[in-house]
Design a protein around this ligand. Structure first.
Ligand code: PMP
Length: 297
């Protein structure tokens, strides 16, 4: 199963009055996230270039979704996989990675420390790293995949006014903006970011000292910083109004999109990276984990 061809749906109930809001549901990918697209492109490119030879170990640093996508490809193509990730990543992510057969190297600190650890393993000759932060295949997966699908499936006669993407490695933002601008020269491109002191899983802040080399903000017209609490509120709202079970970065994107549309109007497409499964023990849903107080009947 190859990634892509995810549904583009309208969010009727969430759209502010007089606006139209659409969402590309990226959890309809083989391992449940948008990062299957980048994993597939980088993996194929490395095999075709002869950088990744049969049976060669793969190493990657990732807070989860890219690792899960790569671990699946490694598993079904016969490559051992090592993932360096922050020790405080949610248990669901770690379990999923182990389920896909990956060896985990848990690192104290955040994504930046995980990158350093993965680089050290590669330097000691332990295998090939796709390095999503600097690999052109990461944005290309969106320029030639995600963006073209949006253009193909956009249901209105008029071009979309806005597109909203989360900023993590910058792959989605860079690729989608390049792909959509060719067809929609006036589209406004919105980068949705975390606050540097209030991290959201999978996202990044432009205030972070490390800026991924693949991230190109040249076509970005607007930036939105979103608090984790605001994203969590929106995760609940989209569940209650539309019945979509989204992850926290999707909540952040929808927070930015709904606020912007209510102030400025127009039509927007959002690219929602993953569903809520990996976050059940985290902020948006933690209270549901409390033991039931009523007796069983
Ligand atoms: N949301 C989630 C849940 C992610 O895992 C990622 C990937 N880091 C993103 C958003 C951002 O995507 P990108 O890496 O393409 O910027």
């Amino acid at each position: 199963m190859t990634p892509g061809d995810t549904p583009l749906v309208e969010l009727h109930a969430m759209a502010p009055v007089g606006t139209r809001l659409f969402a590309k549901l990226e959890w309809h990918n083989p391992t449940g996230s948008i990062k299957d697209r980048a994993a597939w492109f980088m993996f194929q490119n490395a095999r075709q270039a002869g950088l990744l030879t049969p049976g060669m170990p793969l190493i990657e640093s990732t807070s989860g979704n890219t690792g899960i996508g790569l671990a699946r490809l490694a598993l079904i193509n016969g490559h051992p996989m090592t993932i360096c990730l922050p020790a405080n990543s949610t248990p669901e992510r770690k379990q999923l990675l182990r389920a896909y057969g990956a060896r985990l190297v848990e690192v104290d600190g955040g994504p930046n420390e995980s990158i350093e650890m993965a680089k050290a393993l590669v330097a000691s000759g332990e295998g090939y790293m796709c390095y999503q932060y600097g690999n052109p295949g990461n944005p290309e997966a969106h320029e030639f995949g995600t963006a073209l699908e949006i253009i193909r499936d956009w249901p209105l006669d008029e071009a979309p006014d806005h597109v909203f993407c989360a900023y993590g490695t910058g792959g989605t933002l860079t690729g989608v903006s390049r792909g959509l601008r060719k067809r929609y020269p006036d589209i406004r491109v919105h980068s949705v970011e975390e606050f540097v002191d209030d991290p959201i899983s999978g996202m990044r802040s432009q205030a972070d000292p490390f800026q991924p080399p693949v991230a190109d903000f040249g076509l970005v017209t607007d930036r939105h910083e979103v608090r984790k609490g605001e994203a969590a509120e929106m995760v609940h709202e989209v569940m209650q109004t539309e019945g979509h079970f989204v992850g926290t970065s999707s909540g952040a994107i929808l927070h930015a999109a709904v606020n912007h549309l209510s102030a400025h109007g127009g039509t927007a497409v959002t690219v929602l990276p993953d569903a809520g499964w990996k976050y059940l023990s985290g902020a948006p849903w933690a209270e549901l984990a409390a033991p039931a107080t009523c007796g069983a009947t």
